[in-house]
Design a protein around this ligand. Structure first.
Ligand code: ADP
Ligand code: MG
Length: 235
């Protein structure tokens, strides 16, 4: 899989050279991005109205913008607290399919002009395996496992979606487990979002208590409500 255009809803950072030797709040990241040339809106502070420039598969229709305007206020408030450093990372989004988790996370990533990465858990595990086996191609460049993890550590913000999505009962493979656990450890103290349709208890069943415990250190948002895709269909 290439970094530029993975299938649906994958954010591809234009530049991954940012080095974050110290933990950085997303507020700092956002302030940096505000000074960049990225076409963001002029709303001060945590702008909720975002220009869709990189993610044509989400809410895409010509020049439409991705917005959190329809997101419940209590969720926006929790997101704002994490972004501003008033609540701890990692941000963990849980809840049923179609409740708006991915959309909310991508709205956050939209606000970081550079150095961001969206993966599904499966994509991440596949890339980690390919890097480990010396066959992870980035364009015409072969990325080593060392570079893979270094980049992962240095992104301004990351999101891993669909954690444990295959099954809420069966254990994942050893490789999958190790890759996800390390992905969490390498982002410790840094802006990162983890998304799952499972509860933390189910995550503990599919992975184990160590992974559930790491995720439970952060801020949880549980999305409730009907599947928005179905609502759209019936509108
Ligand atoms: N804040 C929002 N405003 C408008 N549409 C939204 C919003 N959040 C989600 N949606 C729409 O609802 C559908 C499901 O959202 P998604 O984020 O993919 O859900 P989940 O990740 O929880 O399964 C998508 O089609 C998305 O475009
Ligand atoms: Mg989703």
């Amino acid at each position: 899989m290439t970094e530029q255009s993975p299938p649906s809803r994958t954010v591809s950072p234009a530049d991954t050279k940012a080095s974050l030797s110290e933990p950085e709040t997303i507020g700092q990241v956002l302030r940096k991005s505000a000074a960049s040339t990225q076409p963001l809106t002029s709303t001060p502070g945590w702008a909720l109205r975002l220009t869709l420039t990189h993610l044509p598969n989400m809410l895409s229709d010509g020049n439409k913008t991705r917005t959190l305007g329809e997101t419940p206020p209590e969720i926006r408030e929790q997101v704002r607290k994490v972004v501003m450093g008033d609540a701890p990372w990692p941000l963990v989004m849980l809840g049923a399919v179609g409740a708006g988790k991915t959309c909310t996370a991508l709205c956050m990533l939209d606000r970081v002009a550079k150095s961001r990465r969206y993966y599904t858990a499966q994509q991440f595990v596949d890339d980690a395996r390919d890097a480990d086996m010396g066959r992870l191609m980035r364009g015409d460049y072969l990325e080593s496992i060392r570079e893979f993890w270094k980049k992962w550590r240095n992104y301004g913000i990351t999101c891993v979606d669909e954690i444990g999505s295959r099954s809420s009962r069966e254990k994942v493979s050893d490789h999958h487990y190790e890759a996800v656990k390390r992905s969490i450890d390498e982002r410790h103290g840094k802006p990162c979002i983890w998304i799952s349709n499972l509860t933390l208890q189910q995550i503990a069943q599919v992975y184990d208590d160590r992974i559930a415990s790491r995720l439970s250190e952060g801020t949880h948002i549980t999305f409730t409500g009907a599947d928005r895709r179905l609502k759209k269909g019936t509108a």
